[in-house]
Ligand binder design. Structure first.
Ligand SMILES: *Cc1c(COP(=O)(O)O)cnc(C)c1O
Length: 371
C-alpha cells in the first residue's frame, strides 16, 4: 500500500466540478487580483473565525509581516516567538527590522512554554507571537495575561490552526491581530499561495489593508509606503468553495487522530495530546520516537511518507548561527527536534491506511530498537 504524507488530489477529485466552476468563473470575469472574490472570502472567513475584520493577502508570511508593521514593530524592537515553528514566524520579525527572541517549547504540547516567556522580556520587547503549532492552540490565557501585565501586543500565528478552539473560542480571536496561511497543504489550502489577517481592531485592519495594497486608500492616492500583497481572485474563489467543507475535514482529521491514538497507545511512544479545554485540528499528527530517521526510513520502505516538523529548531538554523545559541538555551526544542515524526494526515485517509501506518510503525520501532 502507498500512503502519501498529504494527498491534495483526493480532495480535488471529491469537489472537482464545484472547484472547476469557481475557477472558470473568475477567469471568464477576469477578476484576477483582489476585487469581488477576495472581498467575498474576507467576509466569509471573518464570520467563520468570529473576527470583525479580515484582510486577504498574498501568503501567510506576508500576513505576519504586514501585521507586525501595522502594529508599529520595527528596528530596535524585540518580538518573542517560539523556538519550534516554521521559519516564517521569525523571518517576518527579521524582515520588519526587529529581533526575534526565542522561547523554548512546552514538552507535552509543543507550543511556546508560557512559564519561560517572562524571563525573556526586556525594555525593548514589543510583542508576542504565539503559534498554534500543529493545529493545537497555544495557552492563550497565559499568553494574554503576560501581554497585559507588560503592555505587549499579541500576534497569533494561525497558519496551522484554522478552526481550532481554545476554551470554546476560535484561535485568531484572542490577540490584537492574527495571521493565516492558505498554502495548499494547510488545513484550508488554496491552489497557490494565499494568506489573511484578522483583527477586531478596525483601525489596525485599515492599516493592514493600506500596507498590503501600495499604501493607497484610493487608486493613485498613496499615503504611506506599502507593498503589493493581495489575494488572487482564483485563490479567493477556491477558498470560498473549500471553507464550506472545512469543519467536515477537521472532523475527519480528528477521527483519524483518534484511530492513530488507539492503535498506537500500546507502543509506548509520545502521541499528540491536547488539554481538555482545547480542540486540536491535527494539521499535523506528530509523534516522538527514538532513532527517528531509521524509523522513518523503514516506513518509507513500506510505502509510507512522513514529515519532519521541524528538523532544526529556529535558534539552531544556520541563519541564526551568529547569535551563538547552545543546546542548553532551548533544551526541550533541542532534544525533541531529533525525535519528532509527522505521520500521514489528511481528511481523505482511509481506516485501512491509518491501520497500515500503525502496523508498520510498530514493526519499525521494534526492528530499530533491536538493531
Ligand atoms: C505555513 C506557515 C507560515 C507561512 O505561511 P505561507 O503562506 O507559506 O507564507 C507561517 N507560520 C507557520 C507556523 C506556518 O506553518
Amino acid at each position: 500500500m502507498r500512503v502519501p504524507f498529504v494527498d491534495l488530489k483526493a480532495q480535488y477529485s471529491t469537489h472537482k466540478s464545484e472547484l472547476d466552476a469557481a475557477i472558470l468563473k473568475v477567469v471568464s470575469e477576469t477578476a484576477f487580483v483582489s476585487g469581488k472574490y477576495a472581498a467575498e472570502f474576507e467576509l466569509e472567513f471573518a464570520k467563520y473565525i468570529g473576527a470583525e475584520n479580515c484582510i486577504a493577502c498574498a501568503n501567510g508570511t506576508d500576513a505576519l509581516e504586514i501585521a507586525l508593521k501595522a502594529i508599529g514593530i520595527g528596528p530596535g524592537d524585540e518580538v518573542i516567538v517560539p523556538a519550534n515553528t516554521f521559519f516564517a514566524t521569525s523571518e517576518a520579525v527579521d524582515n520588519v527590522g526587529a529581533t526575534p527572541v526565542f522561547v523554548d517549547c512546552e514538552p507535552n504540547f509543543y507550543n511556546i512554554d508560557t512559564e519561560k516567556i517572562e524571563e525573556k522580556i526586556t525594555a525593548r520587547t514589543k510583542a508576542l507571537v504565539p503559534v498554534h503549532l500543529y493545529g493545537l492552540p497555544a495557552d492563550m490565557d497565559a499568553v494574554m495575561s503576560i501581554a497585559n501585565k507588560h503592555g505587549l501586543k499579541v500576534i497569533e500565528d494561525c497558519a496551522q490552526s484554522h478552526g481550532a478552539d481554545y476554551k470554546g473560542k476560535r484561535t485568531g480571536t484572542f490577540g490584537d491581530i492574527a495571521t493565516f496561511s492558505f498554502y495548499p497543504g494547510k488545513n484550508l489550502g488554496a491552489y497557490g499561495d494565499a494568506g489573511a489577517i484578522v483583527t477586531k481592531d478596525a483601525e489596525l485592519a485599515q492599516r493592514c489593508r493600506l500596507i498590503a495594497n501600495h499604501g493607497q486608500p484610493a487608486k493613485y492616492k498613496h499615503t504611506i509606503v506599502g507593498r503589493n500583497s493581495r489575494m488572487d481572485g482564483i485563490q479567493a474563489a477556491v477558498l470560498s468553495v473549500k471553507l464550506k467543507y472545512l469543519d467536515e475535514w477537521l472532523e475527519a482529521r480528528r477521527g483519524h487522530a483518534a484511530r492513530y491514538d488507539s492503535n498506537l497507545q500500546s507502543l509506548g511512544i509520545a502521541l499528540p495530546r491536547a488539554p481538555e479545554y482545547s480542540r486540536h485540528t491535527y494539521h499535523l499528527y506528530v509523534v516522538r520516537v527514538k532513532d527517528r530517521d531509521a524509523v522513518a526510513a523503514k516506513l518509507n520502505e513500506a510505502g509510507i511518507d512522513t514529515g519532519l516538523h521541524y528538523p532544526v529548531a529556529l535558534p539552531y538554523l544556520d541563519v541564526y548561527s551568529g547569535r551563538g545559541f547552545h543546546p542548553s538555551d532551548f533544551p526541550v526544542a533541542h532534544s525533541q527536534m531529533n525525535e519528532l515524526l509527522s505521520l500521514p494526515m489528511y481528511a481523505e485517509l482511509t481506516d485501512e491506511m491509518v491501520d497500515y501506518v500503525c502496523e508498520n510503525l510498530k514493526k519499525a520501532v521494534s526492528q530499530v530498537a533491536s538493531a
